[in-house]
Design a binder for this molecule. Structure first.
Ligand SMILES: [Cu+2]
Length: 493
């Protein structure tokens, strides 16, 4: 519980750090059709201690009361005092705005028209283009808010809409439709893993470098256009470790690269945290596609030093059907693909971690503990084996396993999920957005121990690999990164 208390202190400091950082955004005036900025919030949403579940709004998502055009969306997460939570404490894994009154263009689902994670890219459509909005539209929010500490919170998801009511339209607007591209399109939790050392030269491109990524089914990262028209905007989404999302147009056996949404990291430790902003299209990016062209997206991660579990690769496009102008995908230059950024470093990403922590010893310096067969994960502690104030390390003979059981989750149903994930020794520095990471040379990961559908592994237990060489192994919980542990494999006598 001592670590829990310390997190409360860290939280208070983080809240103080971001107080006053909420700045009102002035609408960007255009020559005609000047949008209003309308602030909406969904919530409060009660976030249970340590939760990491996918939820859906119960309807009644606040939205404009009159018909009009949405030309921009700026997402955020807010605490009761209107500050934005620090990303190492509460993390917006995703929020997806879904219009139940329309059909999605790529997955036969209700229409997904906007999404945000901690990259917090704002949508701003080029002038004169808008997403048609009807006051009668039925919106749903799909969200996953991850509590990284043992403290509950109440949060709201906010979205500032740049909105032009029909009564203010002085010049005709062009309607754009969202096209949701995703390397695991259609899934409720469209994720894949990146393993350290996979791919080539420290970079791993999914799905291109994955072995049989879609089994016997169709490629999920492609969409064949039923009509021609012009793509007018694109923005990528990825997770820490991600380098860029790419978009290709495939036609008659040829492939044209038409956009790269790159991750620009402010994070000093490199591409390892949410201290990032995504490069998105500029207003002049307009790419004409034909009926029958196949759009295809891929995502590339840094696999040089770390594994990345349950990562994503999404690109949302905006499309004008039957528009005849635009760049030829096969004649694009790098200048045509120049990017812009919608924000800089955000203060909620100020705690990077990775500093000396007096409570966490170096496990390699600790004495051998008794041999163990079982480690329970109870109330956010590994018992035995937790590194917090540890004086010895549990041991196991080479060739044998330690059986981990998560007791913070029920046999079936909602609970607190934990993982046992390898990190490089000594893995004893302070927790932050950039530390710890899955950077062990010998990789292991239990998945999220829980039995509640995605994102859980569908089980509460996990066994250490039996092929580990003698030595000390550090691990952490990637759901609650303050949880650290170690065990030691001893050579058979
Ligand atoms: Cu955990």
């Amino acid at each position: 519980m001592r670590r829990v208390m310390r997190f409360l202190v860290v939280l208070i400091v983080a809240v103080l750090a971001v107080l006053g950082a909420a700045v009102a955004v002035a609408p960007q005036a255009q020559a005609a059709n000047t949008p209003q900025t309308l602030h909406f919030e969904y919530g409060p949403i009660h976030i249970n201690t340590g939760q990491n579940i996918i939820q859906f709004s119960a309807g009644q998502v606040p939205k404009p009361t009159v018909d009009g055009w949405i030309v921009g969306i700026k997402p955020n997460l807010l605490l009761p005092d209107n500050s934005t939570p620090a990303v190492d404490i509460i993390h917006l894994h995703h929020a997806v705005w879904i219009n139940l009154s329309r059909t999605d263009s790529t997955a036969g689902l209700p229409q997904r028209f906007f999404a945000a994670g901690e990259e917090k890219t704002a949508l701003k459509l080029p002038g004169g283009y808008g997403y048609r909005y009807k006051a009668s539209d039925n919106w749903l929010l799909d969200f996953m808010i991850h509590d990284l500490v043992a403290t509950p919170f109440d949060v709201r998801i906010s979205y500032d809409l740049s909105f032009i009511p029909d009564s203010s339209v002085t010049k005709p607007m062009t309607e754009v439709l969202p096209i949701w591209m995703d390397v695991q399109n259609g899934g409720n939790y469209p994720v894949f893993d990146v393993h350290r050392g996979s791919g080539t030269n420290g970079q791993y491109t999914y799905p291109d470098q994955a072995a049989n990524p879609y089994g016997t089914g169709p490629a999920k990262n492609q969409h064949t256009m039923p009509t021609g028209g012009t793509l007018v905007a694109a923005a990528g989404h990825l997770h820490p470790g991600g380098l860029w999302n790419d978009l290709y147009v495939d036609r008659g056996g040829q492939s044209a690269h038409v956009f790269r949404s790159n991750a620009k990291y402010f994070e000093k430790a490199g591409p390892v945290s949410w201290d990032v902003t995504m490069g998105i299209t500029k207003a002049n990016w307009k790419v004409h596609v034909n009926a029958g062209d196949t759009l295809r997206t891929t995502v590339t991660y840094d696999s040089s030093a770390r594994s990345w579990y349950e990562t994503m690769g999404i690109m949302v496009l905006w499309f004008v059907p039957n528009m005849t102008t635009g760049l030829d995908p096969f004649a694009m230059t790098p200048a045509d693909m120049a990017v812009r950024y919608t924000h800089g470093h955000l203060p909620e990403n100020n705690n990077h971690g990775g500093k000396a922590d007096p409570d966490l010893p170096n496990p390699t310096t600790l004495a051998d503990g008794p041999p163990v067969t079982d480690i329970a994960i109870t109330n956010y502690e590994f018992t035995p084996g937790d590194l917090d104030l540890a004086t010895q390390v549990p041991t196991v003979l080479q060739g044998h396993s330690i059986h981990f059981t998560n007791t913070d989750a029920p046999t079936s149903g909602y609970g607190i999920w934990h993982s046992i994930t390898a990190c490089a020794l000594p893995c004893n520095l302070t927790t932050g957005i950039a530390y710890p990471t899955a950077n062990a040379l010998i990789e292991f990961d239990s998945g999220q121990l829980g039995n509640f559908g995605v994102p859980t592994a569908g089980r509460l237990t996990w066994d250490t690999p039996t092929n580990l060489a003698p030595g000390t192994y550090s691990f952490w919980c990637r759901v609650h990164p303050f949880m650290r542990g170690a065990f030691r494999v001893l050579a058979s006598p």
